[in-house]
Design a protein around this ligand. Structure first.
Ligand code: GUN
Ligand code: ZN
Length: 442
């Protein structure tokens, strides 16, 4: 008679931070355990709470890793970025449209080559993990090979990632065009191949309204209706010139966002990048349809696109999250993204507390993707994607965080001064997938 060996239990002692609500709308949204314990088995969170309460519940033989002095929180979720743009990050151009013409399209051309696509996908995912990002919503290129390469690289690391083939059948170089029919067919094949395979999730990806014909948007909407648990991702209202262009291409539409609405592309699991120039009716429609906004501050500053209006979005109760938008975004780090998001809010005359920024990069993003309970928090049963943050990662951070009087000040210092150097270790489904060079497991 054979007995099944028990699943090994791993526990991690540190300060624990996660959320069960949005700090903008709830006074006790934050769950903080100064001396905490996170218990994981089989890649799943078993419990998270005070060390003194949970330690006695550990089974004999459970391994405890001591990360005292560090903060453990759910891995960051980046809801909008482009893996093929990794090698062209920090390329100068006066605004979105010339940047696309000069750098983006020629760079994306190379991703029909599966070996090139895989090499870049491997680097990209390792860079995300180094920065503490464990889930992302990722644009590939128009080539189906780029999607296979991305998901193969993600599967090799057992990561929960959403990605999709860019749909683009006009207003771009001939070498990057699909057709309405081939784009829909390729996307459907890729959905069947990858969606919900392991931790992979498919995102139907019309690049933005100007690069799709009405026929393509129509078929894309039909695909989104046929596969309602897939994601949809696109860009909307990023840049003033882009908005005028959309107006001239779709004169019947009430607004830029209305173009997507018309074709059935607003629904739960639809993620709209930027959302800078939306009006109140647009924001109301976002909330009504369960669509979500990916706020991309480093990209918006870099391209001079504009400032996201947190107050207007919050008034409509739109689901919000933060995103890097690499390669227009200038950093893979969600901490650096928070730093810039804070300044966007200030320039708009509003205020973004640090607790809210960490919420937006974890549970807020999970909610925007309809993945609450799966990622983004330490609720029992969630997948054990988490990071170990070092509040003393740099000499300056050490000096500043020593002088913090409360949690908000600590999180604020981490958001404003932190970057990849703060990520001591990253775990995906309970397995360590990154450890800071030079860091020792205590
Ligand atoms: N709009 C259409 N394509 C893109 C892109 O690749 N990056 C950004 N920032 N905006 C876009
Ligand atoms: Zn983008």
């Amino acid at each position: 008679m054979s007995t099944v060996p028990p699943t090994p239990v791993q526990a991690y002692r540190a300060s624990l931070l996660h959320f069960h609500a949005d700090p903008a709308f709830s006074l006790d949204a934050c769950l903080w355990h100064e001396d905490g314990l996170l218990i994981v088995a089989g890649g799943i969170v078993q419990a998270a709470g005070d060390y003194a309460r949970l330690f006695p519940t550990l089974p004999a033989g459970a391994q405890v890793t001591d990360y005292r002095g560090k903060v453990i929180m759910p891995g960051f979720i980046d809801t909008h970025l482009h893996f093929p743009q990794t090698d062209m990050i920090a390329s100068p151009a006066p605004g979105l449209l010339p940047w696309l013409e000069t750098y983006t399209f020629p760079t994306e051309r190379q991703f029909g080559d599966p070996a090139h696509a895989r090499e870049v996908a491997d680097f990209f995912l390792d860079e995300l993990l180094r920065c503490g990002t464990t889930t992302a919503m990722v644009y590939c290129t128009v080539h189906r090979e780029s999607v296979d390469a991305f998901f193969e690289a993600s599967e090799a690391r057992n990561l929960r990632m959403a990605a999709g083939k860019v749909l683009m059948d006009r207003n771009c170089p001939e070498f990057l065009r699909d057709t309405a029919e081939s784009g829909a067919r390729d996307s459907e094949d890729l959905i069947k191949k990858w969606h919900n395979k392991g931790r992979a999730m498919y995102a139907i990806t019309p690049r933005f309204a100007p690069t799709s014909t009405e026929a393509q948007l129509q078929l894309t909407g039909e695909l989104a209706a046929a596969y309602p648990d897939t994601f949809i991702q696109t860009h909307v209202s990023e840049n003033a010139d882009e908005c005028s262009w959309v107006k001239s291409l779709f004169p019947e539409a009430r607004s830029y966002l209305d173009v997507y609405d018309h074709y059935g592309l607003m629904r739960e699991r639809a993620m709209f990048g930027h959302c800078i120039w939306l009006d109140e009716r647009d924001f109301a429609r976002m909330a009504e349809t369960g669509s979500a906004a990916a706020i991309c501050p480093t990209s918006n500053f870099f391209l001079g696109s504009g400032l996201f209006d947190f107050e207007k979005a919050d008034a409509a109760r739109v689901s919000l999250s933060l995103a890097t938008d690499v390669g227009a975004g200038t950093s893979f780090s969600m901490l650096q993204t928070m730093n810039e998001a804070y300044k966007v809010a200030r320039l708009k005359g509003s205020y973004l507390p640090a607790a809210r920024m960490f919420y937006l990069a974890t549970l807020g993003a999970a909610r925007s993707m309809q993945l609450e309970g799966t990622i983004g928090s330490f609720v029992a049963g969630a997948e054990a994607d988490f990071i170990v943050l070092d509040p003393k990662a740099t000499p300056l951070l050490a000096r500043r965080t020593e002088r913090c009087n409360n949690l908000e000040e600590l999180l604020f210092a981490l958001a404003l001064l932190g970057d990849d150097r703060c990520i001591r270790a990253t775990f995906a489904a309970g397995r360590k997938v990154h450890e800071c060079a030079g860091a020792m497991t205590l």
